[in-house]
Design a protein around this ligand. Sequence first.
Ligand code: UDP
Ligand code: GLC
Length: 391
Amino acid sequence: MKILFLDQSGKPGGAELCLIDIAKPYRDRAFVGLFADGPFKTLLQQNHIPVEVLTNQAISVQKSSSLLQGLASLKQLIPLIIKVVQIAQDYDVIYANTQKALVIGAIASFFARRPLVYHLHDILSKEHFSQTNRSIAVNLANHFASLVIANSQASQTAFVQAGGRADLTAVVYNGFDSKIYQTCESDVKQLQSELGLAGKFVVGHFSRIAPWKGQHILIDALAKCSEKVTAILVGDALFGEQNYVQQLHKQVADFGLENRVKFLGFRADIPQLMTACNLVAHTSTFAEPFGRVIVEAMLCGTPVVATKAGGAIELVEPGINGFLVKPGEPEELAQVINTCLQETDKISTMANNAKNIAGQRFDVTIINQQIAQLLSSKFHHQISPSLLTNL
Ligand code: UDP
Ligand code: GLC
């Protein structure tokens, strides 16, 4: 099957990292069209996935945009739509991986007469999106998509609650290659000494820096923990949240935590860093659609605490493979950190358990088979038998 993937971002957020794994098996007959240049393009190239940036104009619609703002940007999108329609002639399916990709993909699928798949990586709730954006996404998906792949039951439920057609949807979790998370002990030790973490109890936070990812909650919790506890904040403000970055630095200074909080920026060595941590904290204050970092921590064998909302509830079974705490509650988080500090043996048994469960449940080969089966069951009539065996 020849797939034209579309993604609006030039930066590697979770949806983009997931797309790399999905596109890889199709790379000799797929093409990724991006709506912005950036390091995501380089990552696709490194994985030998054909990619091109289809526009050099920034698309001005935001998650909070109104209908008028949305309509005003439509004119600006026409050259991009024409380009996608032309490219789509050579592909069997258009696969939209983000919301703006859905808008362009839906219109292009109509003109190019190609079926549309929408991979839904978002929770379409009022906390995350304006009413206008939610109804545009749901209406376009309902009318143009043949299949909506939701990254969790939480994302699927929110889609249906926002008016989306349940019969279009299927839930497929992100897949991971567990080998990538098996690190070399000496690399981890070296990293610990480079970062001055040796001998400390390290809590890691691995997310782009954005208010709803809740880095401020971890800093609040740290102020309530033993001085032995240090935090590393890994990730960058990918979508311009510079005010929040300043706010975090001020919070650290106000609490006098400069020696106990390290801002590491965007890193490519996530498995090594996660392994160097004693606990990974996921602190999203709104429901997380899936939460790749939660699974990645499990695959590293590092205990994980996540907030009890959205996809995280499907990933963490409290006491079995991790901890869940109420979103926005630093006290509860501080208690979990202290428990992990005191009960190391019990916690490490739990983390090993989590590693085994996650390795099987999120195996990228199995997840890719689920996607291949969904595509072949929806679109088998358009694929030649030889391609079907190659799925
Ligand atoms: N990540 C990374 N480098 C960083 C911070 C994060 O590569 O410095 C990766 C992280 O390992 C994860 C992804 O970015 O795979 C974030 O995905 P997640 O689903 O957790 O959240 P999103 O940012 O997509 O909402
Ligand atoms: C989005 C979501 C995140 C999810 C990722 C991959 O970026 O915010 O929760 O893990 O997509 O599906």
